[in-house]
Design a protein around this ligand. Sequence first.
Ligand SMILES: [Zn+2]
Length: 117
Amino acid sequence: MPSIGQKMDHKTTRARLLALQTELLALSESSAESRKAVDLDQSKMGRLSRMDALQQQAMDKAIEARRRTDLKRIDAALARLEDGEYGYCLKCGDDIAEKRLELNPMATLCTDCASES
Ligand SMILES: [Zn+2]
């Protein structure tokens, strides 16, 4: 039987995940605006600056895709918290080390399993 207080404070974890989620959503919103602001009208821009703008846009898209992946992982972590499954390795079922969860609250694998894959 696991004793109370052995596991990390889930309220704190939840708050951390929600804060992270809010931050990512805010970043996503502000970058959506700047993506819109990029004017690709060739008549207003030289060829080089147009290429710069396209490159920047591609970079923004990659960053946005990463953010969406992170948001999905946060959602999944919050769902695991609700189900009482948070903090256990999805592969072997062992406890995930607190230090690891502190560094990455979305971690789904223990250090051993993560290093195997
Ligand atoms: Zn494991």
